[in-house]
Design a protein around this ligand. Structure first.
Ligand SMILES: [Zn+2]
Length: 378
């Protein structure tokens, strides 16, 4: 960050830079709400028009596997998600195209379109079968988050307080090896500390944490300790900072936990009644309204996100951090980053903190592109 020339126009720097968002859950909206990505729809965080306004050049679309999906339905569920995304992209060929390599992404971006990167969130999707990993690779999936909020037979989740084994099983190590062979990026977001350690030992390629924050700033189990951040940097990987307020702000996390403990019975019964129904969003909003009223006062904003970026840069330099919004996957987003069109605010904040144009470009997308190229273009 030394010797930086003053940046006159952060907005221009942002739009000229390659901007990559390493994680969103917009495919859920496409499948569950029949959402058309070409239409501006502010009930969610993302659509093609707002991606363009936000200067997004590469967008990772994660196909999320709910841990409670029946074992025999998992592969099929992800296939349906990929089909739906492909249909949407197919209808908007002049605006967006799927990239399978970093070189393809650069071509797509060079023709003023958005490069769509396919990912799977939750290794349960492969139904404990390496052939399914090959299947998804052949469909264009280029990263997989190994686990989610529930441990699988082969990888322990960060939310698991009574792990059945030490991070990864032998099959888990085979998954890592096969992903390395195929050229698929391993995503350690949601994995337990022991799993992260085992993955880093087993992987010969750099890994990513597609949507995780810094534990030193907010002690959520989803966040990465300084030791883990250093290990990911040593591995050549990159961490996409998540925009969810519950991972960004210690105050939010504490309030949220206290609220959920206090209202556990009520939350459980409303979930039982409404989860999976059309009324769920509205019922959930009502359920959490008192918490929302408290949280608004915390003033969580773009600077809070940049604090997490800053922490990583100070710890390991500017080469290992990026953006992993989790848009359309989380319900509380900092002020100033209310949707994907507002990403230039990150560049403004980095500029005001004295970051150089070169470092800002790395954070906005070049770091992710480096890992993408190294793993998937071989
Ligand atoms: Zn996630």
């Amino acid at each position: 960050m030394s010797c930086s020339q003053t940046i006159d126009d952060p907005e221009k720097l942002h739009h000229d830079a390659l901007v990559a968002d390493m994680h969103n859950d917009t495919v859920l909206r496409i499948v569950e709400e029949d959402f058309d990505i070409s239409e501006r729809d502010t009930s969610g965080h993302v659509d093609l028009l707002r991606l363009k306004e936000g200067g997004v050049d590469l967008q990772v679309f994660a196909c999320y596997m709910d841990p409670d999906t029946a074992a025999s339905e998992r592969k099929k569920t992800i296939d349906i998600m990929i089909d739906s995304l492909e249909t949407q992209i197919g209808r908007n060929r002049d605006k967006i195209a799927i990239c399978r390599t970093a070189a393809e992404a650069e071509n797509i971006i060079g023709s003023s379109r958005i490069a769509a990167f396919l990912a799977i969130e939750n290794g349960l999707a492969i139904e404990n079968n390496l052939e399914n990993l090959d299947h998804f690779y052949n469909r264009g999936v280029r990263y997989m988050t190994l686990t989610h909020v529930k441990s699988s037979d082969w990888c322990i989740s960060s939310a698991d307080t009574v792990p059945a084994f030490n991070g990864l099983t032998d099959f888990g190590r085979e998954v890592v090896k096969r992903m390395n062979e195929l050229g698929m990026i391993i995503d350690i977001s949601h994995a337990s500390p022991a799993a992260v350690e085992e993955i880093l030992k087993a992987s010969r390629d750099p890994v990513i944490a597609s949507h995780s924050c810094v534990y030193a700033l907010c002690d959520h189990d989803r966040n990465l300790t300084d030791e883990q951040i250093k290990a990911i940097a040593a591995n050549g990987g990159v961490i996409g900072i998540n925009f969810y307020e519950g991972y960004l702000s210690q105050e939010f996390k504490d309030l949220d936990e206290a609220y959920e403990n206090e209202h556990k019975a009520e939350i459980d019964s409303v979930e039982k009644l409404y989860k999976g129904t059309d009324n769920w969003t509205e019922e959930k909003r009502k359920l959490y309204a008192p918490l929302t009223a408290q949280v608004i006062k915390l003033d969580i904003n773009t600077a809070t996100v940049v604090d997490h970026i800053d922490h990583i840069v100070k710890l390991v330099g500017p080469d290992h951090v990026g953006l992993g919004s989790d848009y359309d996957g989380v319900h509380r987003i900092p002020e100033g980053l209310d949707d994907c069109s507002m990403l230039p605010n990150i560049t403004r904040e980095l500029t005001s903190r004295g970051y150089s144009a070169q470092d800002i470009r790395k954070i906005l997308g070049e770091n992710f592109m480096r890992v993408f190229r190294q793993v998937c273009d071989k």
